[in-house]
Design a protein around this ligand. Structure first.
Ligand code: NAP
Length: 348
């Protein structure tokens, strides 16, 4: 099968190319970039030298993308909005890594992204590409909205507690996120350029981060009721990785044993979730998942206070973007779910 990668010179596009280079069934037939058009792949991605000898970056042309069986759109928010819609309407399977199709309620695009969504009917047809929550809907799906990286970590951290009804109602969750600099993409801005970012530890979007909307959407669906979520990311001095610590309060009578059981039950058989049991004295750490599609998930209960915290560590570019997009595409296309994703994490 042929795969196209739109925005292939960026960080998530590069990760898609890296993972697809080891995929047994998918071959990259088209990779786009304006800046590198006409250049070989290793001009933008020197680590991929020798992997894509016959391929050069090309300018974005929807007709070329149509020749593929699956299109991964790794373009900035809004840039690929119309392209994704027209590719989907033409019958191609599209996995969009931007936020453009993640929210089901069109009104939320006005609130969080400042624009009127032009394809509200497509929002109800898009499947939110988190396999642990939507595996059945993903089978055969033709429009997949790959989740945000902070949102992926936040949801995986706390979904078992929400799903098992172990949180005090009304359910309120505060998610503290630590995020590496590659989250901001490959184009440096004043605040994210190396001299400003190196060594930095600082909150951003602290008055309300966009990913809270998709976390609320997904957790409310699980809870079959309203869940309120506040999410505050912090820039930390690493390149890759997200750690989400999702704090809430236990429902009266809920025990630490029930919490442990909820995590074990929710993720039993999940190939890309590894539980880090707090009884071992360890908690998830992004350093142990870098380069892989794993989410390491753990929890902590403070019995005297009734406080419970779910933790999830992921690589933002793999489980938070390209890896999860590929996992979702594998499911959608009926391919083995782990195809292209089997390499273990790297350390140190
Ligand atoms: N970084 C993360 O951790 C992460 C995680 C989850 C989701 N995402 C989402 O994934 C998408 C890509 O993120 P990224 O971090 O990979 O960004 P990036 O490094 O800035 O890459 C963006 C890509 O899009 C191309 N592009 C930019 N503007 C374009 C335009 N107007 N027309 C055509 N092509 C254009 C760029 O190449 P040229 O400029 O050469 O054309 C580049 O290939 C975003 O929607 C982002 O929100 C990112």
């Amino acid at each position: 099968m042929r795969a196209a990668v739109l925005g292939a010179s960026g960080y998530t596009g590069g990760e898609l190319l890296r993972l697809l280079a080891g995929h047994p069934e998918l071959e990259v037939s088209y990779a786009t970039s304006r800046e590198y058009a006409g250049r070989p792949i290793h001009y933008a991605h020197p680590h991929l030298r020798g992997y894509y000898r016959g391929l050069r970056f090309e300018r974005l042309n929807p007709d070329r993308a149509l020749e593929a069986d699956v299109v991964f759109s790794a373009l900035p928010h809004g840039v690929g909005l119309h392209t994704t819609a027209s590719l989907y309407e033409s019958g191609v399977t599209v996995v969009d890594l931007s936020a453009d199709y993640r929210l089901r309620d069109p009104g939320l695009y006005r609130v969080w992204y400042g624009f009127e969504h032009p394809y509200p009917d497509l929002l109800s047809r898009a499947v939110y590409g988190l396999p642990e929550l939507h595996r059945e809907e993903l089978r055969g799906a033709r429009l997949v909205a790959a989740p945000g990286c902070n949102a992926t970590a936040a949801i995986l951290a706390v979904a078992p507690l929400v799903g098992a009804g172990l949180l005090e109602e009304p359910v309120r969750i505060v998610v503290d996120v630590k995020a590496g600099s590659s989250e901001a993409g490959s184009k440096p801005s004043r605040g994210n350029h190396h001299p400003a970012r190196e060594g930095a530890v600082r909150p951003y979007s602290a008055g309300g981060h966009r990913h809270a909307a998709e976390v609320e959407q997904e957790l409310s669906r699980l809870a079959r009721g309203g869940v309120r979520v506040s999410l505050v990311p912090h820039a930390v001095p690493s390149v890759r990785g997200v750690l989400a610590s999702a704090h809430s309060w236990l429902a009266p009578g809920a025990s630490p044993e029930e919490v442990a059981r909820a995590y074990a039950d929710a993720y039993r058989g999940e190939g890309f979730v590894r539980l880090v049991n707090p009884a071992t004295g360890r908690y998830p750490d992004p350093r142990f998942v870098v380069g892989s599609n794993y989410a390491d998930v753990g929890w902590a209960v403070e019995p005297g206070q009734g406080r419970v915290t779910g933790f999830a560590a992921i690589d933002n570019l793999v489980r938070g973007a390209a890896g999860q997009a590929l996992q979702a595409a594998n499911i959608a296309l009926g391919l083995p779910e782990q195809a292209g994703l089997e390499a273990p994490p790297i350390f140190p």
